[in-house]
Each structure stands twice: as C-alpha cells, then as structure tokens.
Design a protein around this ligand. Structure first.
Ligand SMILES: [Zn+2]
Length: 99
C-alpha cells in the first residue's frame, strides 16, 4: 500500500472581511397613515441576536420566521414600546388599529 505522504497545505485564506458581523437590522423610517392614524414604519431585516426571538404578525397571526425581512410599525401615541412586527404584505393590507 503506497501511501503518498504529500503534505497537504491548505491555502491559508485570511479573511479580512471580518469587519462588522453586525447586520443592519432596521431600514429607513417612514410615516404611513392608516385610517387617520399616523404610524412610524420601519423595515426589519429579520435578523436577530436572539435565536428564540420570534414575532407574531398581528395581520395574519402567523409567526414571522427569523431571517424574513418584514415591517415594524407603531403608532405615535403608543410609541416604540408598542411596536408590532408585520409581514410586509400584511402591513400593506392592514387597515385596523394596533392593539
Ligand atoms: Zn402576516
């Protein structure tokens, strides 16, 4: 059994791309009116540091999978504590009031 003893030198690839692992979670803010209520709307990349983090869309009551870009919206009077995560399409269809 001839064993070729070739030293396997894996090319060492130094990756200088380790700049910022932090993903940009939020996109630009915008304002949208729904039934006379002004909402602050922001896109969310769906990324999260917390693996247990999920969101339930108030529009369809279905879980928003992590990694799914979606929309975060809140009305002025509730402030950002009242933020809700919507599927993008659900937000477009949403015409109610956030509870
Ligand atoms: Zn939805």
């Amino acid at each position: 059994m001839g064993r070729s003893n070739r030293p396997r030198r894996a090319p060492k690839r130094e990756q200088p791309e380790e700049t910022s692992q932090k993903q940009v979670l939020f996109g630009a803010k915008r304002l949208e009116m729904k039934r006379g209520v002004e909402y602050t709307v922001q896109t969310h990349s769906g990324a999260s540091d917390d693996p247990a983090k999920t969101w339930t869309c108030p529009g369809c009551h279905i879980l928003i999978q992590r990694g799914t870009p979606h929309v975060v919206a809140w009305s002025e009077d509730r402030g950002s504590d009242g933020r809700r995560h919507f599927h993008s399409v659900c937000w477009q269809k949403f015409q109610g009031t956030l509870l």
